[in-house]
Design a protein around this ligand. Structure first.
Ligand SMILES: *Cc1c(COP(=O)(O)O)cnc(C)c1O
Length: 461
């Protein structure tokens, strides 16, 4: 066994050491070689060593370099070396963690990671939390607890009786709601479209003065960190109105909630801790491996009511913190180990530096692009930058050129009717030099693409 793990470690090291020199987007040749995988499973077995070699030969070159300092697509983050290493070790443990009795060590690390994160974000110390696969699942769990609580308040037990014949629930979202929230609402039988959409301002923040009148069971979904602009909803005004109407407030804070870890950016999330449930991600800004998200619910009994599982063969859990009673999962890996390792290594100051460094890099991108004559569309308050390079066609062409160039990678988005490039900085590894190299590549690609357009060479019309 051991030579195999050492081989894997060496290959992984080689991969990580090579990140800086390679194209961020995989090269076409590496992608076309993936066709070699399209074979039937052979009757014969082969050596694990050979299999690992094939994985490395075919797989490593075909990766997007998202675990590096110059990938700014989506909002993905990288992986701290210590959390890769911890992840490997915990994989060797092979602990199944639905319940502390089956994995006491892993459960203890998860418990500590949860307590640290609760504390870092300033969430109520009595809240229940759990690691899930991502913020999508975090949203699902928080909204399941919400659904349970608002129906229980009118005498309906949704977890026993389902939604057939239940009193209706008013669900309020901002017009910029993340699709993972509407997906969770659909899965929960609350409807992807049967929702009240509240208008947003120019940064995508829900307008507190546009909240509808809420009567009866109601859920309000807010956002910490708009996926395009990074903006956060005005929590104090909305949460106060919602609570006065008896509504449950759930916050999707996949990356934005981490602003709470920095005194410089915490103000964006002022009042957010007054909500009733929160979803966030560890695999984005905390830079741990996939898949790792979190849910926190102020009144843990509601989450347990929505998620609990029991059977004579599942041991009692006096503490009430079994992951299988707080998440949709039964068998699950010890996600909290990776987060514990990341947090223990960074400490409060390291996490603060990571958050603030990424935000500073975002400012530098915005300034550098403005200096080059390009239009930044959002107020850069966090780690997100939206930029356009002229009209939609030109912007699209420049983004394609940047992706092809390979120095860095950014994606395309639509922001309030305009086509834009989205830069998201949330990788621990992004350095000042990465930012300058990437900026230079963006400006160079923008210049050459628009020159080609002017000459009518690239897109004759
Ligand atoms: C990424 C993201 C999600 C979804 O999180 P996953 O971890 O991909 O499930 C939800 N909301 C926002 C704002 C996000 O940025």
């Amino acid at each position: 066994m051991h030579p195999l793990l050492e081989d894997a470690a060496q290959r992984a090291s080689r991969y990580l050491d090579g990140l800086d020199a390679r194209s961020v987007a995989p090269l076409p040749d590496a992608l076309s070689r993936l066709a070699q995988l399209d074979v039937d499973l052979s009757e014969a077995s082969q050596s694990a060593q050979d299999v690992l070699q094939q994985l490395d030969d075919l797989g490593s070159p075909a990766t997007v370099t998202s675990n590096g300092g110059r990938f700014y697509g989506y909002v993905v983050g990288g992986t701290l070396p210590v959390s890769i290493a911890a992840h490997w070790l915990a994989t060797a443990w092979d602990q199944n963690t639905p319940h502390p009795s089956a994995a006491p060590g892993a459960a203890a690390f998860e418990r500590t990671a949860l307590r640290w994160i609760t504390d870092l974000l300033g969430l109520p110390s009595t809240a229940s939390g759990a690691f899930v696969s991502g913020a999508t699942m975090g949203n699902l769990c928080g909204l399941a607890a919400a659904r349970h609580a608002v129906l229980a308040s009118v005498g309906w037990n949704v977890d026993a009786q389902g939604l057939f014949g239940a009193p209706p629930i008013t669900v309020v979202v901002g017009d910029e709601v993340h699709p993972s929230v509407t997906k969770a609402l659909g899965v929960l039988g609350l409807g992807r479209e049967r929702i009240v959409r509240v208008p947003v301002d120019a940064q995508g923040r829900m307008r507190a003065d546009q909240l509808p009148l809420m009567q009866g069971p109601s859920i309000v979904c807010l956002q910490a960190g708009n996926v395009n602009t990074g903006a956060c909803d005005p929590f104090p005004a909305i949460i106060e109105q919602a609570h006065r109407a008896g509504a449950w407030v759930h916050v999707d804070g996949a990356f934005g909630l981490w602003a709470l870890a920095s005194s410089r950016h915490r103000h964006l999330c002022d009042g957010v801790t007054q909500a009733d449930s929160w979803a966030t991600d560890a695999h984005k800004w905390l830079n741990v491996p996939y898949d790792s998200g979190l849910v926190f619910v102020r009144d843990g009994a509601t989450l347990r009511a929505a998620m609990s599982i029991s059977a004579p063969y599942l041991a009692d859990n006096d503490r009430g913190d079994a992951a299988s009673d707080l998440t949709p999962e039964l068998s699950r890996r010890a996600r909290g180990v990776d987060a514990w390792a990341a947090l223990a290594t960074l400490g409060r100051s390291g996490l603060r530096d990571l958050i603030e460094r990424c935000c500073r890099h975002a400012q530098r991108f915005a300034q550098g692009l403005r200096d080059a004559g390009h239009e930044v569309l959002n107020d850069v308050v966090l780690n997100q930058v939206l930029v356009r390079f002229g009209d939609a066609d030109t912007t699209r062409r420049v983004i394609e050129a940047i992706q092809r160039d390979g120095t860095c990678w950014c994606g395309i988005t639509q922001w309030q009717g305009q086509t834009a490039m989205r830069i998201s900085v949330c990788d621990w590894a992004t350095s000042d030099e990465d930012v300058e190299r990437s900026l230079a590549a963006m400006v160079r690609c923008a210049r050459t693409s628009s020159m080609r357009a002017d000459s009518g060479f690239a897109h004759p019309r």
